[in-house]
Design a protein. Structure first.
Length: 265
C-alpha cells in the first residue's frame, strides 16, 4: 500500500464486509483498506506479486557444535546456581559448524583438526562461518536465537571478528513452541514426528574424546553436525508457513537488472 491520500501515513487495516467476513474488493479486483490514523478508505494500488516472481532473501540455516567447559569442583554438588568462575580450567570453544542455504542441497562445514581441539584453538574454524553469516540476509536454526548466535558471536569477538547483528532470524524452536504442541520440542523428536530422518547418536564420551583431539571422534561429530543441518532445514520447510514473516524483497524477478546504476564520483 502507498501512503494515505488524506494524512500521508502508511498504517492500514483491511475493510471487512460484515455480512461475509471477507475483505471488501472493488469491481476492479483491488482490495480495500482503512487508514488506522484518519479512517480514510483507499484501495491497494499495486497487484500482489506472486511468490514465484519475488526475489527471495538468502536464508542460511546454521548449527554449531561446542566443547564443554572444564571446572574444578568440590564433589558433584553445586552449592549455588553457578560454578565458581575462579575454578575454571578451560572455557568452551567451537568444535565444528555446518551451514546450508535454503533452496540449495550444498552443506558447508568445518571441524577442528586434532591438534586444534587439544588446545581449544578455533581461530581458523570461525573465519569461514563468519563470512557465510555476514553474506546471508536471514539466519535460521533450531534455538538459533538463544544458542547458536550467542555462541557464534562470543567466539567471533574473542577471535577478533565483528559480531553478527541486525540480521533477521527464523528460530524453529520458537516456532515449535509458539505454534504447535509437540510432546517435545527437541529437533530429533520433531524430525521423527514429521517423518524426517532422526539425529545421529553422540554421547558424553564422544565430546570428551573430541576435546582430547581424537580424529575419528571429530569426524563423527562433523557428520553429526552436517546431519543436523540437513534435518533442520527439512523441519524449517515444514514450519515456514507459520513463521508470519516476509523473507523476500517484494521485487519482481528480473526487475533488479533494470535498475539504474549509480555513477561513480
Amino acid at each position: 500500500m502507498r501512503l494515505c491520500e488524506s494524512c500521508s501515513r502508511r498504517h492500514w487495516r483491511a475493510k471487512i464486509n460484515k455480512g461475509t467476513g471477507l475483505q471488501i474488493k472493488h469491481n476492479n479486483g483491488n482490495l480495500v483498506y482503512i487508514c488506522i490514523n484518519c479512517g480514510h478508505v483507499q484501495e491497494e494500488d499495486d497487484p500482489i506479486i506472486p511468490k514465484s516472481q519475488r526475489v527471495q532473501a538468502n536464508i542460511l540455516y546454521i548449527d554449531v557444535e561446542t566443547s564443554k567447559s572444564v571446572y574444578y569442583n568440590y564433589g558433584a554438588r553445586v552449592p549455588s546456581k553457578y560454578l565458581n568462575i575462579e575454578n575454571l580450567i578451560s572455557e568452551w570453544y567451537m568444535i565444528g559448524w555446518a551451514a546450508s542455504y535454503v533452496g540449495s542441497d550444498k552443506v558447508f562445514s568445518q571441524v577442528l583438526l586434532p591438534r586444534e581441539a587439544k588446545v581449544g584453538d578455533d581461530s581458523d574454524l570461525v573465519i569461514r562461518l563468519h563470512a557465510l553469516m555476514e553474506s546471508a540476509e536471514v539466519i535460521a536454526g533450531h534455538n538459533v536465537d538463544n544458542f547458536d548466535l550467542k555462541r557464534c558471536n562470543t567466539r567471533f569477538k574473542l577471535n577478533g571478528l565483528t559480531s553478527i547483528v541486525g540480521k533477521k532470524t527464523i528460530d524453529t524452536l520458537k516456532l515449535a513452541r509458539s505454534k504447535y504442541a509437540f510432546e517435545s520440542n527437541r529437533l530429533d523428536y520433531i524430525c521423527q514426528r514429521l517423518g524426517i530422518d532422526g539425529k545421529d547418536h553422540i554421547d558424553n564420551q564422544d565430546w570428551i574424546n573430541a576435546m582430547n583431539g581424537d580424529g575419528v571422534t571429530l569426524e563423527k561429530i562433523h557428520k553429526y553436525n552436517r546431519g543436523d543441518v540437513v534435518n533442520g532445514k527439512a523441519v524449517l520447510a515444514e514450519l515456514m508457513q507459520v513463521a508470519n514473516k516476509k523473507f523476500n524483497f517484494g521485487a519482481i524477478v528480473g526487475a533488479l537488472a533494470n535498475l539504474p546504476m549509480k555513477k561513480k564520483k
